[in-house]
Design a protein around this ligand. Structure first.
Ligand SMILES: CC(C)(COP(=O)(O)OP(=O)(O)OC[C@H]1O[C@@H](n2cnc3c(N)ncnc32)[C@H](O)[C@@H]1OP(=O)(O)O)[C@@H](O)C(=O)NCCC(=O)NCCS
Length: 244
């Protein structure tokens, strides 16, 4: 059975100063470019939690975990977070408001998304993201925030697991409806992976802390069973990873 661990941390719940020393030069430069304190915190917590998760898995110090980000489109130093260390799990970072989450899986590339449940459905613009069957499913489920956010987080988790983000024709990333178990039914035919992602993607919905909803997706292989997800307190993990 494929597994994903998801760690959550809230802004302000751990001292940030010690974790600044863990950043590499690129990360430090990016951190210093953020103008808002909350953006600095979200970025630092995502990078630090990623390091602490890899460190825990490999039995090393978080400060010793290298992280990389390579954009598959422009080769720039942004995109999904990975660690080149042998045995490191696949990672996916998400932030929303006061909450930062990192998913880890050794069973395949992983994608995580979280949104506050208060986020409203942009009814007029659903066609930018969803196909007609998906919109019909959201409408059948009442058309409000809940079915919209279910579908939105599932779709973002899938495109993050693949690593393309929103740079793909989102309405052609076809999902089961919000009332059904999450499954990927179709991937754009003109993109690599159309022959494998629907059969290999395993997904789960999440009830995240502080009234957030989320979803996680793992490209786990054709013969894999249902995705098993365990959620954890990331503040405890970070506190334990900070040297006394
Ligand atoms: C990935 C994406 C869907 C995330 O959306 P968002 O609103 O920023 O949402 P989240 O907070 O959930 O996720 C942010 C995290 O996603 C990760 N991420 C960024 N690009 C990603 C990608 N292509 N695939 C998977 N994960 C990605 C990063 O870890 C980022 O956090 P960090 O920058 O602090 O490390 C969106 O940013 C996107 O589509 N990016 C790609 C755009 C692109 O490729 N542009 C071309 C540039 S040349």
């Amino acid at each position: 059975m494929p597994k994903a661990d998801v760690w959550w941390v809230e802004l302000g719940s751990v001292p940030l100063e010690p974790m600044l020393a863990w950043l590499n030069d690129e990360e430090r430069e990016r951190w210093s470019r953020y103008l808002k304190d909350d953006d600095k915190q979200r970025f630092l917590l995502g990078a630090s939690l990623s390091r602490a998760i890899v460190a825990r898995e490999l039995g090393i110090a978080a400060a010793d975990v290298p992280l990389e980000r390579h954009c598959s489109r422009c080769e720039g130093p942004h995109g999904p977070v990975t660690s080149p260390l042998p045995g490191a799990p696949n990672l996916s970072v998400t932030h929303a408001g006061e909450l930062v989450g990192v998913a880890a899986s050794v069973d395949g590339p992983v994608g995580l998304d979280v949104e506050p449940s208060s986020r409203r459905s942009p009814l007029q613009d659903l066609g930018v993201v969803f196909g007609s069957d998906e919109i019909a499913g959201i409408t059948r489920a009442g058309g409000g925030s809940e079915p919209f956010l279910r579908m939105w987080t599932r779709k973002e988790a899938v495109v993050k697991a693949v690593g393309v983000g929103f740079m793909v024709a989102l309405p052609k990333v076809v999902l089961t409806g919000p009332a059904d178990a999450p499954r990927l039914l179709g991937w754009p035919g003109d993109e690599p992976g159309a022959d494998r992602y629907p059969a290999e993607m395993r997904m789960a919905d999440l009830q995240a802390p502080r009234d957030h909803v989320g979803a996680v997706a793992v490209i786990a292989g054709r013969s894999a069973g249902e995705l098993h997800v365990v959620q954890h307190n990331g503040a405890d993990l970070l506190t334990a990873a900070i040297p006394a």
